[in-house]
Design a protein around this ligand. Structure first.
Ligand code: ACO
Length: 406
């Protein structure tokens, strides 16, 4: 953990990256058998050819964990060095506990705070910015930021206007503080809640006095529960407008011009949105990283997955300037400028690799052990031996119970 009062300027650098997608591929041809659509329509209107769909044993947390492990490996960082874990997701494992808490536990990141962040497809940009600002302020040194989704679980597989668009996956980065200039240079985060009706997932919320049924009639008066709805045309218009504005603003805030920018890493929603943004920004479409054809829209995971692939295949090079830009439900949108890889690649150490593996193994066992111990303590507490147990154990909650009842 860093000291809170620093004098030298701090910078937040991405020093590790990783991604995970399910093995199961769902092609446009497969979709033809599910809804009234065609491979040609999907390719021409979206650029998507196939997407990945989580299997029964996969979830947002399992994909996050796999991506996080890779990112820690690239950064050569131990779980115990993490101060903060943020998982940006709209498809968390539970309402609570957070998916980030599960990842903290599975990694054995014993000194990290952990929370989920909900900003739909813009979530990764929000989360990376939160982590970077905490690092720049000096309150933490090292953070893990994950964008992860299992959108397939929320899709209405009878709605051809949405189910063809989305896929599952996770991307992760490790962010670290340094006095070397570079890393996250600027950001723009925005929201317009008046567009909350344009896309969303109605589910059990604080307005519901009772848990509503999953299978509401499709009478068109309101969208089915627990399934995604979207006004595609309006979202399309909104996306092309905010992409241009937020990119320009983030670049200006970083003290750069568009000529300085090497790559744009956009949210992967629709190739036509990317093409329109390229035109509006007067940039060749080739400067936009795109992998939509293989993964579709993976919501909060799309930017870190695209980033990870472009770094791994050598397109993104050290010292280049990137703009990450995203938009989605909320409505939310945002952009950030990053100078890539100034801190240089981490020197991999075998000892840390073994310590990481050890941490993952021990973490699971320790968790199970703690849960068993808690259950055992509870049983003992309720048994006739409870009085004796409490006397020896001097549980603090017992003391407060006694104070309350006196
Ligand atoms: N297959 C065949 N035909 C279809 C399909 C399909 N899968 N989907 C729609 N159509 C039909 C429509 O019914 C319509 O038919 P009609 O003219 O007889 O009424 C016709 O195709 C055209 O429909 P549009 O909605 O105008 O199609 P459009 O070209 O706008 O493409 C799309 C739709 C792909 C959804 C587009 O609007 C889009 O990409 N919007 C943005 C979506 C987006 O970015 N969402 C992610 C937000 S991120 C988040 O937070 C989750």
């Amino acid at each position: 953990m860093a000291a809170n009062h620093r004098t030298a300027p701090r910078y937040a650098h991405v020093v590790g990256w990783g991604m995970a997608v399910p093995d199961r591929v769902l092609t446009n041809l497969d979709l033809e058998a599910i809804v009234d659509t065609s491979d040609t329509w999907i390719r021409e209107r979206t650029g998507i050819r196939e997407r990945r769909i989580a299997g029964e044993d996969e979830s947002t947390a399992s994909l996050s964990f796999a991506a996080a492990r890779q990112a820690l490996e690239v950064a050569d960082v131990l779980p115990s060095e993490l101060d903060m874990i943020i998982v940006a997701t709209s498809t968390p494992e539970h309402i609570f506990p957070s998916t980030a808490s599960l990842i903290q536990d599975w990694l054995g990141a014993s000194t990290a705070g952990a929370f989920d962040l909900s900003a739909a497809c813009t979530g990764f940009i929000y989360a990376l910015n939160m982590a970077a600002q905490a690092i720049i302020s000096g309150s933490i040194d090292t953070a893990l930021v994950v964008g992860a989704e299992t959108m397939s679980r929320l899709l209405d597989w009878e709605d051809r206007t949405t189910c063809i668009l989305f896929g599952d996956g996770a991307g992760a980065v490790v962010v670290r503080g340094s006095e070397m200039p570079g890393g996250v240079l600027s950001n723009v985060l925005r929201s317009d809640g008046s567009g909350c009706d344009l896309l969303g997932v109605p589910t059990v919320g604080s307005r519901d006095a009772a848990v509503p049924d999953a299978g509401l009639p499709r009478d068109g008066t309101r969208p089915p529960m627990h399934k995604m709805y979207m006004n595609g045309r309006e979202v399309f218009r909104f996306a092309t407008r905010v992409m241009k504005d937020s990119v320009l603003e983030a670049v200006e805030k970083a003290g750069l011009t568009m000529d300085d920018i090497d790559w744009i890493v956009p949210h992967q929603a629709n190739q036509r949105i990317i093409a329109r943004a390229a035109k509006n920004l007067n940039l060749p479409e080739e400067r936009f990283i795109s992998n939509l054809d293989r993964y579709g829209n993976t919501s909060a995971a799309s930017i870190p997955i695209a980033l990870c692939e472009a770094v791994n295949d050598g397109r993104i090079q050290p010292e280049q300037y990137l703009v990450l830009v995203g938009f989605g439900g909320g409505l939310t949108w945002g952009a950030m400028v990053l100078q890539w890889g100034v801190a240089g690649p981490a020197e991999q150490t075998a000892i840390k690799r073994y310590r990481r593996e050890f941490s993952y193994t021990v973490a699971r066992t320790r968790s199970r052990f703690s849960r068993t111990l808690r259950r055992l303590a509870e049983l003992l507490n309720r048994s006739p031996l409870g009085g004796l147990y409490r006397f020896f154990d001097r549980l603090p909650h017992d003391a407060s119970d006694q104070e309350g009842s006196s």
